[in-house]
Design a protein around this ligand. Sequence first.
Ligand SMILES: Cc1cc2nc3c(=O)[nH]c(=O)nc-3n(C[C@H](O)[C@H](O)[C@H](O)COP(=O)(O)O)c2cc1C
Length: 714
Amino acid sequence: MTTKTNLIKRIVDVVLTVLLLFIMAYQVTGDWLHEWLGITMTVIVICHHVLNYKWYKSLFKGKYTAYRIILTAADVLLLGAFALTALSGMSMSGHAVPFMYGTINVMSARKLHLAVSFWSFTLMGVHIGLHLRSMTAKFKFSAAVKTAVLSLFAAAAVWGGYLFFKGEIVNYMLFKTHFAFLDYEKAKWLVVVENLAMLLFWAFVGHTLTRLSQKHKSKADILRPIAWLVAVILAAVVMIFALKDKYSSGTADSWQNVPVPQASSQSDVPGTISRNEPGKDGFVLINAGSFKMGSPDSENWRISDEKQHDVKVSAFYIDPCETTQWDYESIMGSNPSTFKGKKLPVDNISWLDAVNYANAKSKAAGLTPAYTVSDGQVSWDRSANGYRLPTEAEWEYACRGGTTTPFNTQHSLSAQDANFYGHYPYEIEENYFDNSPLEAKPGEYRNTTVDVGSFKANDWGLYDCHGNVNEWCWDYYGEYDTSLTLDPTGVQSGTRHIYRGGGWNDFAKNMRSAYRAAGQTDMKSYNLGVRLVRNAAAASGVVTVNEQGAKNSGSENVLIVYFSWGGNTRGIANEIQKQTGADIFEITLQTPYSTDYNTVLMQAQEDQHKQARPKINGTVDVSKYDTVLLGYPNWWASVPMPIATFLESYDLSGKRIIPFCSHGGGRFGQSLTAIAKLAPDSVMGEGLSVHYSGGDSMPQDVSQWLKANNVKTK
Ligand SMILES: Cc1cc2nc3c(=O)[nH]c(=O)nc-3n(C[C@H](O)[C@H](O)[C@H](O)COP(=O)(O)O)c2cc1C
């Protein structure tokens, strides 16, 4: 082989590697360039194969050593993965080869592309690693230089391994994740360099395989490469644990005296205080004032129940932070939270838990409890000086802190402002389809609560009003009575209580200052906690509220109702049917949604925006059933609109609705609130959220969920 051919080969190899690093950085290239790089790469891969045509000729000749077997297997797999990546990519092409669009059904192409592109990437790394020895054979290095180079290679591989496993890329490769989540906040050069590190990790694996599969002079020749690889993997795993959570909670000891973040304008909040001593609880004074409650018609993604009206609020004290797990546990003696950490907000508490906690905290502080709780009835003595839940008006007034914008930051929230589903900042839904400018770029989705006070406070010194956990309010959910303008306390009876502010897994649109979430009194959730207040002004009177919801725990006559677009929810519904033998009704549409993934994303978003009620086929006699197991995919953080059509078409009062939801990472989103509002007179059971199809554990998860809800099984 001539030196010239060799040189061309090496240039092609380098170009391919560089292209790969950029093609895997979709957030750097954008749509158009990604497609064209893909086409370029396909052409160059073909050139690479033409230049290496001898490989084909010799495939069935000669002896297969261990090294050759591994090399050939990796190359064949890489070729297959690459061909599938190219084909699936072209099947979704909107720019480079639009005539290929739909060659493979676009929905399948999307899933396939995500999986096989990571296979191609991984195998390319291994392929490079397997050829490294032969490529560098002619360079003669001293033992010291060799060790130094190997150490550098290993260090890069550790970083790459850490990124690869932390990024859960295996889930993409195993078809478990169908939504690519991209970090647009990361510097572009870093995305490419990180890709290089991951490639080097796999090259290191390939290089180790070379060393293991070639002839060995001694035992050490085998043990040394194994030791290096094990060390690299172990170091990557240690990194994953060491860097796991930059918001990790503090130790129990340091928490006894909670450093309450300094409120900017309140002089009565000392820097470090003992939160359970009467009068020294660190609560912030909110002065009396008026504000416009609700959202203006012009606010994007507003919901019609946010009717804007003038409200006057008397002065009150409010906790600058959400109630922490230390706060809760030190009073109640137990910690029900899903995520554990003293400084994390308490979550997984019902409205009644929050009321009981407020009373217990009042007693501990020597204050008069605000509430009297008796079966189905809670009375609030407004003159009591004890702790209590904020009214919805107090909450919104304090959250806004004088602002009139959708968020109290006066700009759209980014993941640096609050803990929420950072991939989905405000108005991302529009941006998804028309690339309209975004005020806040998609950012980190932390997938957990974080220490209270981790972000900047609002202008009145309150932390985490948006995000982290939703916060229970006193009021029952109902239409605003706009004639009540002074200290409104909500409707007197109801079935759902208000909670506000959004949580760690909410989209920004559902964290707006005016957004109203609602849940049953006994509902508990991993993203729902509380923030207490107490009176600062004289008040009088008693507000008694009654629980209207029927108590229904029956499970004699069960109906499964579901809507599914891609089949995941259908799979779960069928499993439920198998286990219960219940009747089943699939919601189908008179005018079905598109079968194309990108189109249905847009249709679903448009339907949600205009709160459409798509017409559904057929009917079912729901009067025969006492329990409805209601299944749907999470669509844009809520229910698909056909579910709204169903819920509004039938009288479900007194019936138990138990939701099950298939999702791509957002769990229920705000779908439970949507159901709670759409079927206000039903009783809600404990929901089940399933990641995509639920995998192997789905039948077991379904079985446990049915049991928890006391639903009869066969
Ligand atoms: C239109 C549309 C919107 C989606 N929105 C979300 C979302 O907001 N959050 C999420 O976690 N998954 C989202 N997904 C993913 C689906 O919830 C997930 O793929 C689910 O398993 C689909 O269920 P199905 O196969 O029964 O239709 C969305 C999917 C589609 C098609």
